[in-house]
Design a protein around this ligand. Structure first.
Ligand SMILES: CC(C)(COP(=O)(O)OP(=O)(O)OC[C@H]1O[C@@H](n2cnc3c(N)ncnc32)[C@H](O)[C@@H]1OP(=O)(O)O)[C@@H](O)C(=O)NCCC(=O)NCCS
Length: 242
């Protein structure tokens, strides 16, 4: 793939960035200075593992591209990359936080980073297609999900990865960790337009104050060996309301 590109998932645009190409072209500190704020550079330098550094860097780039795109789409001017500092809420971990109003979500997997920016809650997850053993399935799928998936995956072997990405993206849109939110909503498949179908199982149904989820949608897409899912409040509906 090209080093960066945008793909559509439902009403969202996801920015994909190649982790290895980014690492190579920003290997030089001087070049990184054009992209990272001083605080981001500090965080980057403090990361101990090379793999984490590379993924973190590509995630920043994807997030900045997504935020600049969103600013331009709403008629604003996009500041230079280094002025859009995307930090993490908890030091070098936790949800991403940007100085630009709205939200941004980041994911990385095996050489690709993905980001989505929006004005309403949104979460993205990218996963390289892989098998899921029975015990892992019990972590993120309930009985009903395991039953239909077991029947359907002979024809669509990518379904378990897609389901995992759905649950991860849902957690991210809620700004919680996967350990706090699974199995969460019950996944019921996807339609020909890539829209994921889900409902709340009785025991996990959100309280009245969480009725915001009524506006939430999920879209998935398979690109090469990857499953990508975006979950959140539809940006179109928000635009219609405002
Ligand atoms: C942290 C978590 C949000 C995603 O983790 P992940 O799938 O391992 O990693 P991803 O690459 O998809 O996403 C990481 C990004 O999510 C973002 N993120 C982290 N915590 C977040 C949270 N609570 N809410 C929203 N976004 C969050 C960060 O931007 C992070 O990237 P960065 O640190 O480079 O900025 C969470 O769902 C989790 O705890 N995952 C554990 C995954 C796991 O158990 N995997 C084993 C499966 S076999």
């Amino acid at each position: 793939m090209r080093w960066a590109r945008n793909v559509r998932l439902g009403d969202w645009t996801v920015t994909l960035v190649d982790v290895h190409v980014t690492a190579k072209s920003l290997a030089d500190e001087k070049r990184r200075r054009a992209v990272l704020s001083p605080q981001e550079a500090e965080t980057y330098n403090a990361l101990r593992f090379e793999k984490r550094r590379r993924e973190w860097l590509a995630g920043r780039l994807a997030a900045k591209l997504a935020l600049r795109r969103r600013l331009r789409a709403s008629g604003g001017t996009a500041p230079p990359f280094a002025r859009i500092a995307v930090s993490n809420r908890d030091g070098a971990s936790g949800p991403p936080v940007s100085p630009i109003a709205g939200v941004v979500s980041i994911s990385h997997s095996h050489g690709l980073a993905a980001a989505v920016a929006g004005s309403a809650p949104v979460g993205v997850d990218i996963e390289r297609l892989r098998p899921f053993n029975a015990s892992l399935r019990t972590v993120f799928l309930n009985d009903a999900e395991r039953a239909w998936l077991g029947r359907a995956e002979a024809e669509q072997p990518e379904l378990p990865t897609l389901g995992w990405a759905f649950k991860e993206a849902f957690c991210k849109a809620r700004l919680i960790g996967i350990q706090d939110g699974l199995p969460g909503p019950e996944w019921r498949g996807w339609d020909d337009n890539g829209r994921l179908l889900w409902r709340w199982p009785l025991e996990a149904a959100p309280r009245k104050k969480d009725a915001i989820f009524a506006n939430w949608q999920a879209h998935g897409r398979l690109i090469d060996d990857y499953a990508i899912v975006v979950v959140g409040a539809s940006p179109k509906r928000k635009a219609e309301r405002t």
